[in-house]
Ligand binder design. Structure first.
Ligand SMILES: Nc1ncnc2c1ncn2[C@@H]1O[C@H](COP(=O)(O)OP(=O)(O)OP(=O)(O)O)[C@@H](O)[C@H]1O
Ligand SMILES: [Mg+2]
Length: 508
């Protein structure tokens, strides 16, 4: 049986020991979960296997024969393909050009142009339900949303005909129907004997897809388990320890104050991607935005933040009509946005963690008066502590953080600014179960203080857990509204797909 075995892996980044004697054994035809909290070393291990990161020490064997992987090309030659957590799509190239980019070393790269074209069409046709009807081979990749880009990444890896496929949070910004598509591709590949490494912070995905799972904590192996013989509780405990495990999935509570006037409201709001949306959010309320991904949820949040100006309709804040023509005006009105694409909008990559956390609060506070560097450092340190962000030093560039920890910095940025209205665009994507519990606690603390929250989430469980009401969007407009106990998985899927029969709505 074909196996890819990697062990004795050490990797140190400056003062951070990312991996210490870590190992993973991947068998042909299995889906092997690679689990662990943010910053535990999952991506680093994956990058060692795919040649993107040079380890301090590692032994890699394919079918018992030792190989060396010094660069990505070596990994490709041994049939290892990866979908990285950070997307590698080139925005100014087309969808088709992105698909073949870098396939030179693989079988697909040796195909005659006609054959290759045919393979591209096959792959695109299969992925079409996840890309949507408007995406064609000659569409510029820069126009794709995060979910569509992730599907394209899957296509890229698939086109290489891998023997081993590494999926590092390839589902993080996918909606449920796209996840099902990815699962079906993975099952097809494993049936052909491909071994798949699957990294995800969504436990239900791990349980549904993986046969075995290896759990890392602080760069060390904690255990490798047979998923069918283990409970999800046990896996969470192995990942985060006893204390945090107890807090995960704590009961939903509401801080809604239904008798109070809305803090923010719109009437027939029209903007780019937004079609006549009427909504109200009251103090302490969490208004969820559901539906398939890319139906205007992010655009709606942007227009409430003044970054997607309204063409028609009204927005009122605190009962008074406001023209939110630009973010500055929205920030003054007490509105905060935690953007969905942390790469594009959320963080200044090369700047330090401290600078990133203080940009927003500085902007908000400088309206009130100067704040000192020392104050800035104190605020940043408090946020890092409050959200258990795993860092080396506050002065390290934010790009050195693991994916989930970067996401926590994006959220941590806004909290010191004391907003009255918080707009969250898929805030916990890529965030581990422990940190998710922490972020949920933060959201509840905000609503307990009377802050109004609008939450877009690609994760139905999150809407179920946090939202008081959910507006389901389709093509920019509201198609249904769910409230309280009506907010369930099946109701969310049914209204997203716009079918009445819940049975039919469940993608299989
Ligand atoms: N280029 C880098 N420079 C410095 N430190 C790094 C770099 N890449 C990773 N690290 C550190 O190594 C540790 C492991 O990071 P890694 O990205 O492997 O974690 P992860 O398990 O993938 O986390 P997540 O679930 O958040 O994606 C983290 O502490 C991270 O900050
Ligand atoms: Mg990672």
């Amino acid at each position: 049986m074909t196996t890819l075995a990697i062990d004795q892996v050490d990797k140190r980044y400056g003062g951070v020991q990312a991996l210490k004697d870590a190992s993973l054994e991947l068998r042909a035809g299995e889906v092997h979960g690679l689990l662990g909290p943010n910053g535990s070393g999952k991506s680093t291990l994956n990058k060692v296997m795919s040649g993107a990161v040079k380890p301090d020490r590692a032994r890699i064997r394919v079918d018992g024969t030792e190989i060396s992987i010094d660069r990505p090309l070596d990994a490709q030659r041994h049939g290892i393909a990866s979908v990285y957590q950070h997307l590698s799509i080139v925005p100014h190239l087309t969808v088709a050009e992105n698909l073949v980019l870098g396939t030179e070393a693989t079988r697909a790269g040796f195909l005659a142009p006609g054959r290759q074209r045919k393979r591209i069409d096959e792959v695109l046709e299969r992925l079409a339900p996840g890309l949507g009807p408007r995406v064609r081979p000659d569409t510029r990749a820069g126009r794709l949303g995060p979910g569509q880009s992730q599907i394209l990444e899957l296509g890229k890896a698939w086109l290489r005909d891998p023997r081993f496929l590494v999926l590092d949070e390839a589902t993080a910004s996918l909606h449920r129907d796209q996840v099902e598509l990815l699962f079906s591709v993975v099952r097809e590949l494993t049936a052909d004997g491909v071994g798949v490494v699957f990294v995800s912070h969504r436990m239900e995905e791990v349980l549904a897809l993986c046969q075995r799972a290896t759990i890392l904590r602080n760069g060390l192996n904690v255990a490798t388990v047979e998923v069918a013989e283990t409970t999800d509780k046990e896996i969470v405990r192995l990942m985060v320890g006893d204390d945090l495990a107890a807090r995960v999935g704590a009961a939903t509570e509401t801080n809604r104050r239904p008798d109070q006037d809305p803090v923010i409201a719109t009437t027939d709001l029209v903007a780019d991607g937004v079609d006549r949306v009427t909504l109200q959010v009251r103090p302490g309320e969490v208004l969820g935005l559901g539906g398939l991904q890319g139906q205007g949820q992010s655009e709606l949040l942007l227009s409430l933040f003044g970054a997607n100006p309204a063409g028609a309709g009204e927005i009122s804040v605190g009962g008074r009509p406001r023209r939110l023509g630009r973010p500055r005006t929205a920030i003054r009105a007490g509105i905060a946005l935690v953007p969905g694409d942390r790469g594009k909008e959320g963080l200044y990559d090369k700047r330090s963690i401290q600078e990133n956390i203080s940009t927003v609060s500085l902007r908000a506070r400088s309206l009130l008066g100067a704040i000192s560097m020392r104050k800035e450092r104190t605020v940043a340190r408090e946020q890092v502590k409050a959200m258990s962000i795993k860092i080396g030093s506050l002065d390290d560039p934010v790009s050195s953080l693991s994916g989930g920890n970067q996401q926590k910095v994006v959220i941590g940025k806004w909290l010191p600014a004391n907003p009255r209205i918080v707009l969250l665009d898929d805030p916990t994507k890529g965030v581990d179960v422990g940190a998710k519990a922490e972020i949920y606690t933060i959201i509840r603390a905000l609503t307990a203080d009377g802050v109004a929250v609008v939450l877009n989430s690609s994760d139905d469980t999150e809407l179920e857990e946090l939202a008081d009401r959910v507006l389901v969007l389709f093509e920019g407009g509201v198609v249904s509204e769910l409230e309280g106990d009506e907010i369930t998985h099946s109701a969310l899927v049914a209204s997203a797909l716009r079918v009445d029969d819940e049975e039919e709505a469940m993608p299989s």
